[in-house]
Structure formats: structure tokens, C-alpha cells
Design a protein. Structure first.
Length: 137
């Protein structure tokens, strides 16, 4: 449904953590990410356990939210993550799992974006967090 993610946010491989934005409204943005063999460099963090680090999952949600906001045409410029609030982890994401990212827009301004989201695997929540981004360029 969405444009190429690289045309929406400045992130590039290997630090691009959203595959596609499926839908976007002023209220909610939904996207997906599947970590696969291209992301093997992440396995060095938990070599034996083979799961995606939580900080990477939060970044994936923030990137999905940023791409959706760009698609909405509300803001212009480059935004940087400045705070993470109330991160709660309920499960783990393994390599090959399709992760659904559901982002709620709380504040969409020209200089500040505040969002919160939930990451799901098979409709089961694995992570909830909130964050704020500010315009940096």
C-alpha cells in the first residue's frame, strides 16, 4: 500500500526496521517488519537465544510511526527519537516472525511527534511503548 520506506524516512540498511506501512490515518498507523537473514548481525547480541533485542523493536515502531506521519503529509523534515516511555515487554520476536506494528498518534506537530504503539506476533502483543520525536533538520 505504501511508498518505498526509504523515500519516507532517512534510515537505510542495516538500520531500516520497517518493511511496509499497511495503513495510515491521523489516529493510527499499521506496518510490518520481518527480521531475516539480512539481519543476522543482530544475532550477535543474543547468539544462543536467537531473538530480536527489545531496543530494536522499539526503534521499529518509531520508524513505522515516522513513515506513516510522512505519508499523512502533516510534517516535513527529519525527526529524531528523544524519549521512550513506559516500555513493557510481554514476549519475544524471533528471526522470521512477522511483527505487526500498531502505532497510535498522540500529538502530530510541526516540531514534535508523540506516539505509542504495540508490536504483535500472531495477534499476541509482545511489546508496548510510547515515545517522542523532535524535528532535527
Amino acid at each position: 500500500m505504501s511508498k518505498n520506506i526509504e523515500s519516507l524516512i532517512p534510515h537505510r540498511a542495516p538500520f531500516l526496521f520497517v518493511d511496509e506501512v499497511l495503513s495510515y490515518t491521523k489516529a493510527e498507523i499499521i506496518g510490518i517488519k520481518t527480521f531475516n537473514e539480512k539481519d543476522n548481525w543482530l544475532k550477535t547480541t543474543f547468539r544462543i537465544l536467537d531473538f530480536i533485542p527489545g531496543a530494536i523493536l522499539i526503534e521499529a515502531m518509531a520508524q513505522c510511526g515516522g513513515a506513516g506521519v510522512k505519508l499523512l503529509g502533516i510534517t516535513d523534515g527529519i525527526f529524531g527519537l528523544v524519549s521512550i516511555e513506559n516500555a513493557e515487554f510481554y514476549g519475544k520476536a524471533k528471526f522470521g516472525d512477522e511483527i505487526k506494528l500498531v502505532i497510535e498518534n498522540i500529538r502530530l506537530g510541526e516540531k514534535i511527534i508523540k506516539q505509542q504503539g504495540t508490536a504483535y506476533i500472531d495477534e499476541k502483543p509482545i511489546l508496548k511503548a510510547g515515545w517522542m520525536c523532535v524535528k532535527i533538520a
